[in-house]
Ligand binder design. Structure first.
Ligand code: SAH
Ligand code: SF4
Ligand code: F3S
Length: 448
């Protein structure tokens, strides 16, 4: 008998949004006391967790094909007398529950996004091959209360979930069903976690929520008050937040963009469509005019703000004219970056049963046109930075030796000659070149 239990290896793969990335890191935190160390390679691992996304049909399908691959690994391990547990976590777990085990019997346990603090108990039951191995409760608070205060290895930047769930019920979207009702964490808990991260060398925190700007601050003052509070933490140089809903951009949050130095000039504010008729059918609770007025107010507070967003093309009933309205809105706004998707019919959502489903070829054609326009805008935004000197927070080594990569305040990736000592530091960089997704530059002065 050895004094210590042998190290176990867990492979966690994240799909979908940043909230899943955060959850995957927290799962690792929950599993660490059980002796699990992270591995990049699922082959031979003791536990494989797929932290899944349900947002579009393709995302869900990917999970089942990956499960087939992992099953083969599980069988190989069993042949050599070993054991591999397979866990499905995340939004597919919540949406499909026990159906996953019926479809893929190699799966040992299923755990929803609000229940992964229970992984140790579920793993113990799965080992004994008895008892309930499905956890899909909707108690966000119980989860956060149960998570360890400490965090595992952190880099220069970190995600911090402050809000979960959604009460908005856009007619195309599964999130209200997979993540549950809106829940905001207590500010004191958030500050404690942010301080732990800053003490570990994190310089930039991105506050996360499905509707992060609907954050209900238990101490009053909404998201803006939280940002002002976190901005005082020593070492923390940059704060970002995502994803916001146009309806919840209040005056104080907009003002904070002009006042809080640590709050970065980047705003991801999805509008989805440029047609009011479509927005109404989507139950977005804002019009294009509301959105444009919000953008105007944000730009008045912070003229250089980089705007990002999400768009859906081919929503049921979307006509050529509706789509042209989206193109025209995009032309008017000018985006630094954006995500765009073909509408995907999700079971159980109101839009999936709507008349006027748009043909696949039409969606493909519209998406290609929209993406070409968004790409041109991104290239133009990046090209505008050339010649300017911007502060870059260096995050990691570049692909080439003697090169480091960081981010500008506008979230652009910046490649720059320099040593690894720069990682974690903010230095002024003069931008020399630009492409679709990144910038190249040279350090302008000494490190800040
Ligand atoms: N809470 C955020 C979005 C979360 S989902 C918001 O309200 O903006 C991320 C993005 O996925 C959405 O903004 C939307 O553009 C896209 N999306 C959601 N459901 C979709 C569906 N059924 N088909 C295609 N895209 C979808
Ligand atoms: Fe989905 Fe709409 Fe909620 Fe965003 S606001 S998560 S798109 S239902
Ligand atoms: Fe996907 Fe769930 Fe995020 S459905 S986008 S992982 S909230």
């Amino acid at each position: 008998m050895t004094a210590r239990s042998p190290a176990k290896r867990v492979h966690i793969k994240s799909y979908g949004c940043q909230m899943n990335v955060y959850d995957s890191e927290r799962m690792a935190d929950v599993l660490r006391p059980l002796g699990y160390g992270l591995t990049d390679d699922p082959e031979g691992a003791d536990l494989v967790v797929l932290n899944t996304c349900h947002i579009r049909e393709k995302a869900t399908e990917k999970v089942y094909s990956e499960l087939g691959r992992i099953k083969a690994m599980k069988l190989r391990k069993a042949e050599s007398g070993g054991e591999m547990l397979i866990a499905v976590a995340g939004c597919v777990a919540q949406a499909e529950g026990a159906e996953i085990i019926r479809r893929q019997s190699a799966v040992d346990l299923v755990v929803g996004p609000q229940s992964y603090h229970r992984l140790p108990e579920l793993i113990a039951r799965a080992h004994r091959a008895n008892g309930e191995t499905l956890a899909a409760d909707f108690e966000a608070q119980a989860k956060f209360d149960a998570l360890p205060v400490d965090r595992g290895d952190t880099g220069v930047t970190a995600f911090l979930t402050i809000q979960e769930g959604c009460d908005k019920f856009c007619t195309f979207c599964v999130v209200p069903y997979t993540r549950g009702a809106e829940y905001s964490r207590p500010s004191g808990d958030i500050e404690r976690e942010a301080r732990v991260l800053a003490e570990r060398g994190v310089r930039e925190i991105t506050l996360l929520g499905q509707n992060v700007n609907a954050f209900a601050n238990d101490e009053g003052g909404g998201l803006a008050a939280l940002i002002r509070r976190l901005a005082r933490i020593p070492g923390l140089a940059r704060i970002r937040y995502t994803t916001s809903h146009p309806r919840d951009m209040d005056d104080d949050l907009i003002a904070a963009h002009g006042e809080v130095e640590a709050l970065m000039p980047y705003l991801h504010l999805p509008v989805q469509s440029g047609s009011d008729r479509v927005l109404k059918a989507m139950n977005r609770s804002h019009t294009t005019d509301d959105y444009l007025k919000t953008i105007e107010r944000v730009r008045a507070a912070r003229p250089d703000i980089a705007l990002s967003g999400d768009f859906i093309v081919g929503f049921p009933g979307e006509t050529d004219a509706d789509f042209e309205a989206t193109m025209s809105l995009v032309r008017d706004v000018g985006h630094a970056s954006a995500f765009s998707f073909k509408y995907s019919r999700r079971p159980g959502t109101p839009a999936s049963a709507m008349a006027g489903q748009v043909a696949e070829e039409v969606k493909i054609e519209r998406l290609a046109r929209l993406q070409a326009l968004l790409e041109a805008q991104q290239r133009a935004f990046n090209a505008d930075t050339v010649g300017r000197t911007v502060p870059v927070l260096f995050e990691k080594p570049g692909r080439h030796a003697g090169q480091v990569v960081g981010r500008s305040p506008y979230l652009q990736a910046v490649h720059c000659p320099g040593g690894l000592d720069l990682i974690g530091k903010i230095a002024p960089v003069t931008i020399k070149s630009s492409a679709h997704m990144s910038l190249g530059g040279e350090r302008a002065m000494e490190i800040a």
